[in-house]
Design a protein around this ligand. Structure first.
Ligand SMILES: CC(=O)SCCNC(=O)CCNC(=O)[C@H](O)C(C)(C)COP(=O)(O)OP(=O)(O)OC[C@H]1O[C@@H](n2cnc3c(N)ncnc32)[C@H](O)[C@@H]1OP(=O)(O)O
Length: 407
């Protein structure tokens, strides 16, 4: 808590007042559908508020989700709906809420990592969060888009289904895709509802959501694309597939949609689409930070993932914001056998939790952080060895946001 603004979890009947504070802070009016989605997906016992007397003046919540990480899928605390009223800024309320969330995770033995999408990239580094993934905002000139000759499209078909028909097929495909994709989350009923919410506000001038589902000859769904049309634009919302042929076939379908000059999609940094095109420059991309990861418990987090190469490394971790994490760790990894124990041995690398958070999903490299002067190498070659081991096979990708609406 801060000296003047105590923090506590909200009760269910305080939800409306809490939501009102969040929307006021975000410069919005909460509409009916949004309020319903938030009320059903948020857990009051994981939602905190800062009080000025009886008034709620700040708040933050946690969604408990399961995220695919290199070699495993683990519970992750999804930090969301962080807000402090404009009347109460710069008094340390955010700092107190961040500390409470992480302390609670540590003391309860909760999720070993926390993750969030940052409203501004200047906010969360000070609390030990590091940029673990980027998103490639793709903007393509449709008349220049064409697939390379000879692209294997398989022999399936694409059907436009309505929401009800598509929904079970989407779930099956998504569940296979997310298990193989680092950064992807599990999606329970509540989160599906939010992801597929389709009211006027969500459409933002576009059509209703379209469900293009790829079916194999035997009827099995192996991919889907969610999109809407906006004036002059195909806005691709989500593409998931379980085979390379269905991925290529879905993109051919999207590219072939007539009467649109442009196509947009928030894809992975290493989105295979680029390599399917005759003119890769037709799809221009802007990179933007996406998932910020914070190791709430360094030892448990590092032991939970798998590493690309064998590793025997002593790390000295500095962590003024979460002092329980500070100290030396002996990280040993060989295939599925991974241990991370406290030690007094001499360290090979000195770094903070933020660098470990950044490297955790295998996207940001330790070598790049070291080149920026953010990691101290105490044993020659240790950065290079560790960087290769932390690296993932594919760039991590988080196909939907943490922030409201809650998908
Ligand atoms: C995961 C998500 O939900 S992201 C959404 C985040 N929410 C928003 O952006 C909504 C609008 N903004 C706000 O609600 C508030 O301004 C917040 C939550 C960003 C900050 O809350 P505050 O209580 O004012 O922050 P607090 O007083 O604890 O500041 C902590 C430090 O962060 C800095 N800081 C706070 N906000 C910002 C910002 N937007 N940009 C840069 N620095 C910031 C402060 O200057 C302070 O620095 P210091 O420790 O060096 O003095």
């Amino acid at each position: 808590m801060t000296a003047t603004h105590p923090l506590r979890t909200i009760t269910a009947h305080e939800f409306d007042a809490w939501a009102h504070m969040v929307t006021t802070t975000y410069g919005q009016d909460w509409h009916e559908g949004g309020l319903r989605n938030a009320a059903s997906s948020l857990q009051p016992q994981r939602t905190i508020a800062a009080y000025d007397g009886t008034q709620i003046v700040g708040g933050a919540s946690i969604y408990g989700r399961v995220m695919t990480i290199p070699g495993a899928a683990i519970p992750v605390a999804g930090i969301t709906l962080v807000a402090v009223l404009p009347t109460h800024r710069r008094r340390g309320i955010l700092t107190a809420m961040m500390r409470k969330q992480l302390t609670d995770l540590h003391e309860s033995g909760g999720e070993p990592i926390a993750a969030l999408n940052a409203a501004e990239a200047t906010i969360y580094g000070r609390f030990g969060y590091g940029i673990a993934s980027h998103i490639a905002e793709i903007h393509a000139d449709k008349k220049l888009l064409a697939l390379r000759p000879g692209t294997d499209l398989g022999d399936g078909t694409i059907r436009l289904l309505d929401h009800q028909e598509a929904r079970p097929l989407l779930e099956k495909v998504y569940d296979i895709a997310r298990r193989g994709g680092v950064g992807w989350l599990d999606r329970t009923e509540t989160f599906w509802q939010a992801r597929l919410a389709d009211g006027e506000r969500v459409r933002d001038g576009g059509t209703a959501l379209r469900f293009a589902v790829h079916l194999e000859q035997g009827g099995e769904a192996t991919g889907y694309a969610l999109y809407r049309s906006k004036p002059g634009l195909v806005q691709v919302i989500e593409v998931a597939s379980t085979t390379r042929q269905s991925y290529a076939a879905l993109w051919r379908y999207l590219i072939d949609l007539d009467a649109h000059a442009a196509l947009t999609y928030d894809g992975a940094v290493d989105e295979p689409l680029t390599h399917l095109l005759t003119n890769p420059r037709a799809a221009r991309t802007t990179l933007i930070d996406n998932l910020w990861v914070r190791l709430a418990d360094v030892g448990r987090a590092l032991a939970a993932r798998r590493y690309a190469t064998p590793l025997d490394l002593v790390l000295e971790v500095q962590d003024p914001f979460c002092p329980w994490n500070a100290g030396r760790y002996h990280l040993q990894a060989h295939g599925d056998s991974v241990t991370c124990e406290r030690t007094q041995a001499h360290p090979a690398l000195r770094l903070t939790s933020a660098e470990l958070g950044a490297a955790y999903l295998g996207g940001t490299t330790l070598s790049s952080l070291a080149a920026a002067g953010r990691i101290e190498e105490l044993r020659p070659g240790a950065v290079s060895t560790a960087s290769l081991a932390f690296r993932g096979e594919r760039a991590p990708f988080h196909p939907s946001g943490w922030a409201f609406p809650a998908f």
